[in-house]
Design a protein around this ligand. Structure first.
Ligand code: ADP
Ligand code: MG
Ligand code: ZN
Length: 485
């Protein structure tokens, strides 16, 4: 039977604005004492009115354009009613029939091929507060009372609703990763699942035998890529089992329990009627206007996929290398600054992938906090290219630059390698390379068949050529002789 898994996602991105969506409360609420980052507007005191944060609109338009959406020139807000303690107005101001951006797409790369995922629309909405259910043992259920913190209430969110175009967990992860990368490139959101600035609702169903869409289940409470993967695996198996046994699935919202590794029915899915959508009369419709959209469109940075292609073409690096380098804009910028010093791109890519990556990992820091400026790394790589430093020496020098926050010049001095002259380990490396390339001559010398010393002289000459004359001839002789023993 031809039954296919069908998945559509709703991704909420918390927008990087200075203030909330409809009031002037700070958006910097994380870690604040509960209920201190609030005002009459976001607490829904009767008589207060919302004022739209235009920066949030600009950020949403940015994302919309990057997702190849059409930007609406007549967008407005609706009230979505539901009754819950984290929502003081008892309705959420969101968008319904007139979202700010519609009909876009994003290309993802999964299972070895490219695939286009359509974006149904993108809209703006306010976030709710947070409920805390304290239990003495840290469990999620069984609390004797609940606490509410409205600091997050009214924060600006942009919800990106995909078409049900994904068919596997791998595609889902690729799509989320792509949206997260985009949000970071555009600097519109941190896109962090851990802190909740990127949240995903996963809709899963299985197609009917006639190919039509089946009943969907919405999974909430998936707070990491790993739990999304596990939740999907569980839910796909559960749905298949029900369908195999001839049963029917209910359209419902299920909660992922990360500890038990199961999804549990939370509630049957609200129908649209339950929300009693209603035009938000306190906010006028917005007409973005082509001039406004053009300005924002011109301010868009190079997109990750554009950078990916450009790096491959401009720097002759592989797709894998380009993927690694462009994953984060900061890494890509660092790489380009390094290359602009004149270091070969492929070498810069290698150094960044191996040494820099290792140091970042060891220190648990990101590229932004890497203490060595890109230009200095570029100069260090050039020194290796010119054979002024061996690879090993260069790594030592880099370690000193990181540890002592030293300049390249100081680090070279501090690590005791001589600048300009090839000696010590660098020279040994060069000699070994020459000896490896001349096995016959080496064998002759070692077997005692070089009585006149012609072969040693020949090898010494090769070393001088290899080091382009920047090694001390006496030291060369000494190293050649000792390595020939
Ligand atoms: P709601 O807010 O009620 O969940 P939305 O229209 O905002 O509704 O979101 C619907 C989401 O569910 C979209 O991402 C869409 O792609 C997805 N979806 C719709 N139908 C299916 C289906 N049969 N299987 C899987 N996903 C679906
Ligand atoms: Mg939904
Ligand atoms: Zn407020």
């Amino acid at each position: 039977m031809n039954r296919e898994t069908v998945i559509g996602l709703e991704i909420h991105l918390q927008l990087k604005t200075k203030s909330k969506l409809f009031c002037s409360c700070s958006s910097d609420y994380i870690g604040a004492t509960p209920n201190t980052n609030i005002c009459p507007v976001c607490l829904a005191v009767p008589g207060t009115l919302p004022i739209l944060n235009d920066h949030a609109v600009a950020l949403a338009v940015k994302i919309g354009l990057a997702l190849h959406c059409s930007i609406s020139d007549n967008t407005r807000f609706h009230r979505k009613h539901y009754f819950y303690a984290d929502l003081p107005k008892a309705y959420q101001i969101t968008q319904y029939e007139h979202p700010i951006a519609v009909k876009g797409y994003v290309d993802i790369f999964a299972e070895g091929k490219e695939k286009r995922i359509r974006v149904h629309h993108l809209h703006l909405e306010e976030d709710a507060g947070k409920l805390v259910h304290p239990t003495s043992d840290g469990r999620l259920t069984g609390a004797a009372y609940s606490l509410v913190d409205y600091n997050r209430g009214g924060m600006p969110l942009s919800e990106i609703v995909s078409e049900p175009d994904m068919n596997s967990a791998e595609e889902v992860i690729a799509y989320i990763t792509q949206i997260r990368q985009l949000a970071r490139y555009l600097e519109v959101s941190d896109g962090e699942m851990e802190s909740g600035s990127l949240r995903v609702d996963v809709n899963v169903s299985h197609s009917n035998p006639d190919g039509s869409l089946g009943t969907r289940v919405e999974i909430k409470n998936v707070n990491s890529l790993k739990s999304i993967e596990r939740a999907l695996e569980y839910e796909i198996a559960r749905q298949n089992k029900v369908l195999d046994e001839g049963g029917h699935l209910a359209q419902e919202t299920r909660l992922w329990d990360d500890v038990a590794g199961v999804t549990r029915s939370m509630r049957s899915k609200e129908g649209e009627r339950d929300y009693r959508y209603y035009v938000e009369m306190d906010l006028a419709p917005i007409s973005a206007g082509s001039e406004y959209v053009r300005k924002i469109s011109e301010s868009l940075p190079e997109m990750p996929w554009e950078k990916l292609d450009r790096f491959i073409k401009e720097y002759s690096i592989s797709l894998e290398e380009s993927l690694r380098l462009t994953e984060q804009k900061e890494t890509a910028d660092y790489f380009e600054a390094c290359v602009s010093e004149g270091a070969p791109p492929i070498k810069c890519a290698n150094w960044m992938h191996m040494e820099v990556q290792r140091i970042l990992h060891d220190l648990s820091i990101g590229i932004n906090d890497f203490p060595v400026p890109a230009a200095e790394l570029g100069k260090l790589i050039i020194k290796v290219e010119k054979r002024e430093l061996s690879n090993t020496q260069a790594k030592d020098v880099l370690a000193v630059m990181v540890e002592k926050k030293a300049s390249l010049q100081d680090a070279v001095r501090l690590s005791g390698v001589s600048d300009g002259k090839i000696s010590g380990a660098a020279l040994e490396e060069a000699v070994k390379k020459v000896l490896d390339s001349e096995p016959e001559a080496v064998k002759a010398v070692r077997d005692g068949n070089d009585k006149k010393g012609a072969k040693v002289k020949f090898l010494r000459g090769l070393v001088m050529r290899e080091t382009r004359g920047s090694a001390d001839p006496a030291e060369v002789s000494q190293v050649v002789v000792s390595l020939l023993k």
